[in-house]
Design a protein around this ligand. Structure first.
Ligand code: FAD
Ligand code: NAI
Length: 465
């Protein structure tokens, strides 16, 4: 029986990055993954396929709506099968890439479903039913998450789909109801709306994207509404009935009142995800997960000696880059190094049009904590590159500490803001003051000038607006 330094259970961004780092540090390492391909939720049914469809559908809508005004006459015709094939190609390319990285870093892939079988032991059940037990000094749990369910709304991935089903609908629905105005609902709802569906979003709370800076969320909802997405907020779903060609969804106001029934070709259930620990054998090492998954201390250690946990299956934002950073820090700690990650600076992006990108504290959080702050804001309407490109929706908002001027949070809505938030992540990591960004030369004409102008706005010397 092989004795490993580390066995990682789960081949997603948490698991495969942990495996690579362990390989780099010269450990004998194996990764256990039950799917046919590595890459986890993110590469197979999450980040990557959703972004492939978001990109293609955005170009499709742009070709219909915006090309003519720029002197490009085209008559776009949707080829959904090709759009799906393009998505599949992106997924395959990247999952194969991860497989290559495993080989390059001498990581053994134990194919099958893993189960902790007592201290230092992992049993792996292969697709043919055979089972083998492997020994390891350290076990890293990286089993990720799965979609949360809702009583009365049974996902069949035919008419009532979860995010995985919504990435593979074989036709453009005439209508779609999305339950949950969160990241998945708004991203995948946008895909199908752009391709032609009438999309109605039913949300339990009285706002969209809970947790997001309220001013930004309000602007976001306005932008999506303008595009034709409809919102039913403060609505409690009470049931869904699947018929021959669609679904009847009933809901009632959370505040009380008459129930409503809405019919649509498809329903997408996207009300959050839950940590995945089924069949993992946690009881064999005395680990009892809570609602947020496997509990760990600040250093990814669980209550069981030699068992560590990272990614979606433990607390914190369910984001690929959070899982990746935890992976590196966790393995470095196992190797006796000073693995570290800064939980105050985890960016979040919604890849709709316009995009939303945020990092750090929101105004709401600072108000609640009684922290005095200043705000600098700059609209893309006043940014020359955005104007030239006819993409003027949105703004950049910088929040700085009123006393020290240290940047505490940045919230942006607009075109390509996903690619710009990293600048503020670096600035914040280096404890920048807003003035540091305000006095940093930025290229002209670029959208990135809006980042600087917003920082200048903190002290009231914005120049381009
Ligand atoms: P996962 O990626 O879930 O990987 C866990 C892996 O473990 C899975 O492959 C699973 O098969 C395997 N596994 C589970 N149990 C066992 C077992 N017992 N034995 C063997 N293998 C096992 N995040 C972003 O940051 N950006 C995005 O744009 C983004 N888009 C998303 C879009 C969608 C539609 C969804 C659903 C999610 C998206 N996410 C995004 C979230 C992101 O996918 C997750 O945060 C990320 O995948 C978490 O990584 P992980 O390694 O913790 O878990
Ligand atoms: P979410 O937590 O982002 O949003 C869920 C929404 O559903 C919330 O607005 C919530 O109030 C609402 N809701 C909850 N119960 C409800 C009910 N019974 N009826 C109506 N509405 C209800 O979760 P989502 O969108 O499912 O995404 C799951 C995770 O995947 C997120 O944590 C996110 O971080 C990750 N993800 C990240 C992406 C990105 O980084 N771009 C893209 C997609 C997913």
């Amino acid at each position: 029986m092989a004795q490993y330094d580390v066995i990682i259970i789960g081949g997603g961004p948490g698991g495969y990055n942990a495996a690579i780092r362990a390989g780099q540090l010269g450990m004998k390492v194996a990764i256990v993954e039950g799917r046919e391909t590595l890459g986890g939720t993110c590469l197979n049914v999450g980040c990557i396929p959703s972004k492939a469809l978001l990109h293609a559908s955005e170009l499709y809508e742009m070709a219909i709506k915006d090309f003519a005004s720029m002197g490009i006459d085209v008559a776009p015709k949707l080829n959904l099968a090709q759009m799906m094939a393009n998505k599949a190609e992106s997924v395959t390319g990247l999952t194969k890439g991860v497989e290559f990285l495993m080989k390059k870093n001498k990581v053994e892939w134990l194919k099958g479903w893993g189960k902790i079988a007592g201290p230092g032991k992992v049993s792996v059940k292969a697709a043919d039913g055979s089972e083998a037990v492997h020994e390891a000094k350290n076990i890293v749990i990286a089993t990720g998450s799965v979609p949360s369910g809702l009583p009365g709304v049974t996902v069949d991935n035919k008419r009532i789909v979860d995010s995985t089903g919504a990435l593979a609908i074989p036709e453009v629905p005439k209508s779609m109801i999305v339950i949950g105005a969160g990241v998945i609902g708004l991203e995948l709802g946008s895909v199908w709306r752009r391709l032609g569906a009438k999309v109605t979003v039913v949300e339990y709370l009285d706002r969209i994207t809970p947790g997001m800076d309220t001013e930004t969320a309000t602007a976001f909802q306005k932008a999506l509404t303008k595009q034709g997405m409809e919102f039913k907020l403060g609505a409690k779903v009470t049931g869904a009935k699947v018929g021959k060609s669609g679904v009847d969804l009933t809901f009632e106001p959370v505040a009380g009142g008459a129930a409503e029934t809405l019919s649509a070709d498809y329903v997408l259930l996207a009300i959050g995800r839950r940590p995945y620990t089924e069949g993992l054998g946690l009881e064999s090492v005395g680990i009892v997960p809570d609602k947020r998954g496997v509990v760990a201390n600040d250093h990814y250690k669980t209550s069981a000696p030699g068992v560590w946990v990272i990614g979606d299956v433990t607390s914190g934002p369910m984001l690929a880059h959070k899982a990746e950073d935890e992976a590196v820090a966790c393995i470095e700690l196992i190797a006796g190094k000073a693995g570290h990650m800064n939980y105050d600076i985890i960016p979040g992006v919604i890849y709709t049009y316009p995009e939303v990108a945020t990092v750090g504290k929101t105004e709401d959080e600072l108000k609640a904590a009684g922290v005095a702050y200043k705000v600098g804001k700059f609209p893309f309407l006043a940014n020359s590159r955005a104007k030239v490109n006819h993409e003027t929706e949105g703004f950049v908002k910088v929040i700085a500490d009123a006393k020290t001027d240290r940047v505490l949070g940045v919230h942006m809505i607009g075109p390509s803001v996903s690619e710009m938030i990293g600048e503020y992540c670096v600035a914040m990591e280096f404890a920048a003051a807003s003035e540091d960004v305000a006095r940093t030369c930025h290229p002209h004409p670029t959208r990135s000038e809006a980042l600087r102008q917003a920082a200048m706005g903190v002290e009231g010397w914005t120049m381009q607006a």
